[in-house]
Design a protein around this ligand. Structure first.
Ligand code: ADP
Ligand code: MG
Ligand code: ZN
Length: 483
């Protein structure tokens, strides 16, 4: 039986969150009423001329720089010609043979196994409008009418093409997730799969392990979660193996992922690039990116997710917790800020990845909505350090801080959660429990320390959980083991 190896390359489209569109001044606003953010340029009225958006060029340069690409000095815009009802110009302005950024990479890690995925190119294009098909299934075959919305027409789009370096559905998912994190860290797009501000198309082929040449590939579209991306690729690999083992042949084509059936189906045969009749856009001059601009882009890059994870791990935080913090960038920001105030790294990481994440999930709120601050976390840490809060009480206090009840000190006082760590206050409590249990005292005196837990438990009960258990057990020891 042949041992098959999958070969995968991913094309990613990212919608940039610029104020205006790529070649006109129309606002980029996805919640606007249909066909209200349009003008002669993005509706392709005759005679309208495009003007490139500097903010968008800056955005793509940032992405290229973050992916360790080479940023080219001079780049060209081309027309990519094809007919589609939501493409009123009948061409997209895109970059063809001279993209803005080339030759980068992303490092991924699947279950501790690291791999490097090359980035072939990152180039600039513009989005099309949107077709809405009037049918229950949303599919064109079943529709009796279609509606067109041109608000998205001309929104700046960045295409990121990977090398065929990916070998498994899990690696593909790790690649896509890391790319999302990088772009999010740059603040140029919110890269939401469900809302289409990022789209992943997977190119997939299989070959007998050890064979140098690639097999014929198919391109799978329409995955709107990382989970579907992984599922679609896994399905397509098995489908191709089945076809080849059944003496069939893989046809190079575009396939549609259907989430409900969990299968891909043929959409159209793949266009070759000559089908697009690319030629240089005559309405635009070549784009020059001088050395000063490139230097500025590199110098202005934020700390990227991989570097951030490494730094937090090096500070003593578990890799899994560091990954959780960095995944939601705002948690890592809060972590860094609290640590800069002197808070204990591990403790802060535990609270953030434990109680805080659980609270956000349970209540479906964003961190910013809770009002939790670095000062709160630092104060909570001090209360534990001073012995004023037990670690259990600290978690309870944190929960109420997250619900907006005030600072940790205020919550601890208002809810009477402050721990009794004053020795004189606990002396009497311990004495009372010992006096009531002479048999226990007998055992402790004879060196059998097992009942110590019982005594601590009784004191905790008597103080309604507010005694410092460590101090109580020290007191019991000194009272029974004494000289
Ligand atoms: P096109 O423009 O026709 O889509 P590209 O050269 O841009 O073709 O390649 C598209 C993607 O397909 C890239 O991510 C590339 O790595 C990947 N790719 C190319 N050949 C194969 C193959 N045989 N198997 C899997 N992926 C491939
Ligand atoms: Mg392509
Ligand atoms: Zn416009």
């Amino acid at each position: 039986m042949t041992n098959w190896e999958a070969v995968i390359g991913i094309e990613t489209h990212v919608e940039l969150q610029t104020r205006s569109k790529m070649f006109c001044g129309c606002e980029v606003n996805f919640s606007a009423d249909p066909n209200t953010t349009v003008c002669p340029v993005c509706l392709a009225l005759p005679g309208a001329l495009p003007v490139p958006n500097e903010e968008a060029i800056e955005g793509i340069l940032k992405i290229g720089a973050a992916l360790d690409c080479e940023l080219v000095e001079s780049s060209l815009f081309h027309r990519k010609n094809y007919f589609y009802p939501d493409l009123p110009k009948n061409y997209q302005i895109s970059q063809y043979d001279v993209p803005l950024c080339v030759d980068g990479h992303i490092d991924i890690d699947v279950d501790g196994e690291e791999a490097r995925v090359g980035i072939t190119r990152v180039h600039m294009e513009e989005d099309t409008g949107k077709s809405l098909h009037g049918s229950d299934t949303g599919r064109i075959h079943d529709a009796d009418h279609s509606l067109l919305d041109f608000n998205r027409s001309g929104v700046p789009l960045v295409e990121i093409v990977s090398e065929p370096d990916i070998r498994s559905p899990e690696q593909a998912r790790a690649y896509a997730a890391e790319l999302q994190r990088v772009v999010r860290a740059l603040g140029v797009s919110d890269v939401r799969l469900e809302e289409g501000s990022v789209r992943f198309d997977a190119n997939i082929s299989v070959r007998p392990a050890g064979q140098a040449e690639f097999g014929t590939r198919t391109e799978v579209k329409n995955m709107n979660s990382l989970r579907s991306l992984q599922r679609a690729i896994a399905y397509e690999i098995q489908r191709q193996i089945g076809v080849i083992e059944g003496n069939g042949e893989i046809v190079q084509e575009t396939r549609h992922w259907n989430e409900d059936s969990g299968a891909t189906s043929s959409m159209r045969s793949k266009e070759e690039s000559e089908d697009y009749r690319y030629f240089q856009e005559p309405d635009l001059v070549p784009l020059h990116v001088d050395g000063e601009w490139r230097d500025r882009v590199f110098a202005g890059l934020p700390e990227l997710p991989s570097a951030r994870r490494k730094r937090i791990v090096a500070a003593g935080v578990e890799p899994q917790a560091a990954a959780t913090l960095v995944e939601a960038g705002d948690l890592a920001d809060l972590f860094d800020h609290a640590v800069s105030l002197g808070a204990d790294r591990k403790q802060i990481a535990n609270w953030l990845t434990g109680e805080v994440v659980a609270h956000l999930r349970r209540n479906e709120v964003a961190l910013a909505d809770t009002g939790l601050s670095a000062a709160h976390l630092n104060e909570l840490g001090s209360l534990v350090g001073e012995g004023a809060l037990s670690s259990t009480a600290a978690k309870e206090v944190l929960g109420h801080v997250l619900s907006g009840e005030g600072s940790p000190r205020e919550v601890a006082a208002a809810r009477d959660l402050t721990q009794i760590s004053d020795q004189t206050a606990l002396d009497a409590e311990v004495d009372a429990v010992l006096a009531a249990n002479p048999d226990v005292v007998e055992r402790l005196r004879s060196g059998d320390m097992k009942p110590i837990g019982f005594v601590v438990g009784q004191v905790m009960k008597a103080t309604r959980g507010k005694a410092d258990p460590k101090l109580v057990s020290e007191l019991v020891r000194s009272k029974t083991q004494g000289d």
